[in-house]
Design a protein around this ligand. Structure first.
Ligand code: N5H
Length: 255
């Protein structure tokens, strides 16, 4: 895949295990230019260090807190000024309070629900609103989701509800942006050990079940998710919008 001359915005790299980092590697390999957004200076430092290992020169890091409308507005304005327009955005951002990722869903607090839905689902709408002002023709937005949006899974709880809202948002945004030739899709990744999954107690059991039951009998990794993200961001996927593409060794087809 050759993406020379293309520029993509990646939101949500926390460290080298991040799925967003898998996407950065795929885009870099294809020759694209990457702009990173980071929540705070702490993450900016980590991204700077990681980006220096890539082949291309990706020196633009813009701080962006998706919980604040004016921050998203400023960040995309700044990205546009620095790049002169871009071809797509990867939204790889989610958050839920730890206490709500265990036990029963009925125990979810009102504030915890609001927070999870705000950061994990609403943020895609505001990011898309600001990004579409500056995206080039055929621009593409991609987000990350998980099977817990479609099925009830132990402990995923409010995140499952947030991902269901995120997947519905993908469809509504795809309908809206389609008129301008822009696309919106999601990649539903199989479980992968990352900073956000590091606190999950039963993670080993979840990975083992995929090895036993998924058609490919193995787990997927960041690079495989990153390659699928790069495909959806690219013109190779020009006929695909509003879609949720599973990159999960086929696990989701199984009864
Ligand atoms: C069924 C499962 C296992 C249980 C649920 C895990 C859910 C994880 C997603 C959220 C986004 C994780 C999260 O917000 C953790 C935070 O409470 C604490 N962590 C942090 O604050 C770190 C420092 C920052 C960087 O993290 C964030 N998010 O900002 C699902 C798993 C099998 C698959 C999985 C892990 C799915 C997923 O959505 O990530």
């Amino acid at each position: 895949m050759n993406l020379e001359g293309k520029t993509y915005v990646i939101m949500g790299v926390a460290n080298k295990r991040s799925l967003a980092w898998g996407a950065a590697q795929a885009l870099d390999k294809a020759g694209a230019k990457i702009v990173f957004t980071s929540l705070s200076e702490r993450f900016s430092k980590e991204i700077e260090k990681l980006a220096s290992e890539l082949e291309g020169d990706h020196d633009i890091i813009v701080e962006c807190d998706v919980s604040k409308d004016e921050d998203v507005e400023r960040a995309f304005k700044e990205i546009n000024e620095k790049t002169g327009g871009f071809d797509g955005v990867l939204h790889a951002i989610a958050f839920a309070n730890k206490e709500e990722l265990k036990g029963g869903y009925s125990e979810t607090s009102r504030d915890g629900f609001k927070l999870a839905l705000d950061i994990s689902a609403y943020s895609l709408a505001v990011v898309t609103k600001e990004a579409k002002k500056y995206m080039n023709e055929n621009g593409s937005v991609v987000t990350l989701t998980y099977l817990g949006a479609e099925r009830a899974m132990p402990n995923y709880n409010v995140m499952g509800v947030a991902k269901a809202a995120l997947e519905a948002s993908v469809r509504y945004l795809a309908f809206e942006l389609g008129e301008e030739g822009m696309r919106v899709n999601a990649v539903s990744a199989g479980p992968i050990r990352t900073l956000s999954s590091s606190a999950v107690g039963e993670f080993k059991t979840i990975l083992k079940e995929i090895e036993e039951r998924a058609p490919l009998r193995r787990n997927v990794d960041q690079v495989e998710v990153g390659n699928a993200v790069a495909f959806l961001l690219s013109d190779f996927a020009s006929g695909i919008t509003g879609e949720v593409l599973h990159v999960d060794s086929g696990y989701s087809i199984m009864a």
